[in-house]
Design a protein around this ligand. Structure first.
Ligand SMILES: Cc1ncc(COP(=O)(O)O)c(C=O)c1O
Length: 354
């Protein structure tokens, strides 16, 4: 068979989809993917390696990572049967959408927001309806409520990426009163906002909250995320996960990382502190506006083009994210908060540009 005929066998939706791409050119300071700058200690790494060494590699991992799930449930003050684990929160979001969305079902999302929701909805033949943020990155409440009421799932990234903006509990409660579908709240950046919708779970069986080990927890190199929801919904969503999806290294690393939860909170607080300092210093520079953020990144706007800023930073070894193709972000770049030294280096290069 000729390759063109072979490719025609692949769903048109998939062939039309662009590849997910994150450019990673050579750099010294990585501020493009909202990871934490704090790697876990050598001590913890050795513990993880030792436990991995003592485990049999020829055997499957646990079907359900019970200890890890128990630890997460304890932190969230919920029951273990409310938690679904995934290979990163991406996989959890995928199984939520896959288990709920059929052909032409609507999924309501903000614009701009994390692009994966749209990608997975399209792959499941669902239809995305977008509620555009205002210029100040606030939601248009009336529009969002109206669109959410038509959707089978509404997904709110809270704090939102790439804007760092936050939707209040008040509005989330209003959405819940207005919808007949699910509300999924992606709390990937919750540790940097200290604001969670968890208290709404007990009264709303249609609410699902997703979280990740990739940001504040510092385990992006392993793939671990989870969602918390009503236990009966969790049993259904779990069915869309492939058996043995979480590998032994991730289960072990997750367990060990949580043994020092205090450190995670401490590091998140350091990042919040750094964020506030950095944003206010940048705002003292001519030609730059750093937007307020509730996450571990912020948007930077300037008269200087995003491409010029990106290139100048990269020449100096600093990699940031060009988000200028996102709605409302034409003249902006997204910068993750690094360590104190990294933020200082970033600030110095930006100062040279003014
Ligand atoms: C808002 C948001 N949700 C989810 C994810 C996925 O994270 P992971 O699959 O690493 O848990 C990301 C990653 O950047 C994100 O920004």
């Amino acid at each position: 068979m000729k390759i063109n005929d072979t490719l025609k066998l692949i769903k048109q939706k998939i062939r039309q989809q662009g590849e997910y791409n994150v450019a990673i050119p050579k750099h010294n300071i990585k501020l493009n993917q909202n990871e934490t700058p704090y790697d876990c200690s050598n001590n913890l790494k050795l513990k993880i390696l030792r436990e991995l060494e003592n485990n049999s590699w020829n055997r499957y991992p646990e079907l359900k990572a019970n200890n890890l799930i128990k630890k997460i449930a304890k932190i969230l003050s919920c029951n273990s049967n409310q938690i679904v684990l995934g290979k990163g929160s991406n996989e959890v979001i995928q199984s939520i959408i896959t288990s709920i969305i059929s052909v032409n079902d609507k999924v309501c999302v903000l614009n701009p927001t994390f692009p994966i929701y749209k990608m997975i909805t399209n792959q499941n033949d669902g239809v995305i309806i977008e509620s555009k943020l205002n210029r100040d990155f606030k939601i248009n409440e009336k529009d969002l409520l109206q669109k959410a009421s038509k959707a089978k799932i509404t997904i709110l990234c809270n704090p939102n990426s790439p804007t760092g903006s936050l939707v209040s509990l008040d509005i989330i409660e209003k959405i819940l009163r207005n919808i007949n579908g699910f509300l999924v709240i992606d709390e990937a950046y919750v540790d940097f906002s200290k604001f969670t919708s968890l208290p709404l779970l007990s009264k709303n069986s249609n609410l699902i909250i997703t979280r990740t080990f990739s940001k504040a927890f510092g385990l992006a190199g392993f793939r671990l995320g989870y969602a918390v929801m009503h236990s009966k919904v969790a049993s259904e969503i779990q069915k869309c996960m492939l058996p043995f999806n979480i590998d032994k290294p991730s289960i072990i690393a997750g367990n060990i990382i949580l043994s020092d939860y205090k450190k995670i909170i401490e590091n998140s607080d350091k990042i919040i502190n750094e964020r506030e300092k950095l944003i206010s210093r940048i705002n003292e520079l001519n030609d730059f506006k750093a937007y307020k953020s509730n996450a571990n990144f912020f948007l930077l706007k300037s008269k200087i083009s995003p491409q010029e800023i990106y290139t100048k930073l990269l020449k100096n070894g600093i990699l940031v994210r060009d988000v200028s193709n996102y709605y409302l972000c034409k003249n902006k770049i997204r910068i993750s908060i690094g360590s104190q030294e990294e933020n200082e280096a970033l600030f110095n290069i930006l100062s040279e540009l003014t």
